[in-house]
Design a protein around this ligand. Structure first.
Ligand SMILES: Nc1ncnc2c1ncn2[C@@H]1O[C@H](COP(=O)(O)OP(=O)(O)O)[C@@H](O)[C@H]1O
Ligand SMILES: [Mg+2]
Length: 184
């Protein structure tokens, strides 16, 4: 099972999200791991203390892709995936790259197993209230759940699941479940 996390912009949250989702799936008893396709090797470096999260033999592979839409690696990751997750911040500055990412995905495959996942969301802000509108402008069906902006997520990629509060664990768990549900 291959799930690819894509966005042409660096800083969108691909690596963080792929790692968090891998952790949540493992907590739920599924053998999931991140496959680091970015030449910058961010996931590999962040996970140096959690090598099990990089297990290339795990049946569920979460592909962390480089922020370059012209890259053959990204095209391959989109084509070979069972599901594609376009990761985006809700900010208007990220809209254009997310639209370009959506256009690339729709050029390469049918969109039925592609979803938009917002991350770095601050609840009760204008941007958080406008997620549905932003998703429409990006042109990809959004998951019904998203990830908030939480400092704990930055710690968890280095320190593991235990760095998360119960509330944060539940949020990531809901996102992981929503992603897996797309495949069924
Ligand atoms: N939900 C989040 N809450 C807080 N910080 C986040 C969140 N997602 C990503 N970040 C931070 O934003 C920055 C970019 O995230 P990253 O996952 O490296 O993006 P990408 O892989 O798309 O370049 C990193 O510093 C990361 O710690
Ligand atoms: Mg990255």
């Amino acid at each position: 099972m291959i799930i690819s996390f894509v966005n042409g912009k660096g800083g969108a949250g691909k690596t963080t999200t792929a790692i968090l989702v891998a952790m949540a799936l493992r907590e739920a008893g599924h053998a999931a791991a991140v496959r680091d396709l970015d030449p910058q090797r961010t996931a590999t470096r962040w996970l140096s203390d959690q090598p099990e999260l990089l297990d290339t033999a795990a049946p569920i592979q979460l592909l962390d892709t480089p922020p370059r839409l012209e890259s053959a690696t990204v095209a391959d990751a989109i084509r070979q995936a069972d599901s594609v997750i376009v990761v985006s911040r809700p900010s208007p500055c990220d809209l254009f790259t997310s639209q370009d990412t959506a256009a690339l995905v729709s050029k390469l495959r049918a969109l039925d197993k592609t979803r938009l996942l917002f991350t770095n969301v601050r609840e009760k802000t204008i941007l958080a209230r406008g997620l549905d509108q932003t998703a429409q402008e990006i042109g990809i069906k959004p998951l019904k759940v998203h990830l908030q902006l939480r400092e704990a997520y930055q710690h968890a990629v280095l320190a593991g699941w235990k760095a998360l509060t119960q509330e944060a664990r539940e949020e990531v768990g809901r996102v992981a479940l929503a992603i897996v549900t797309v495949l069924h």
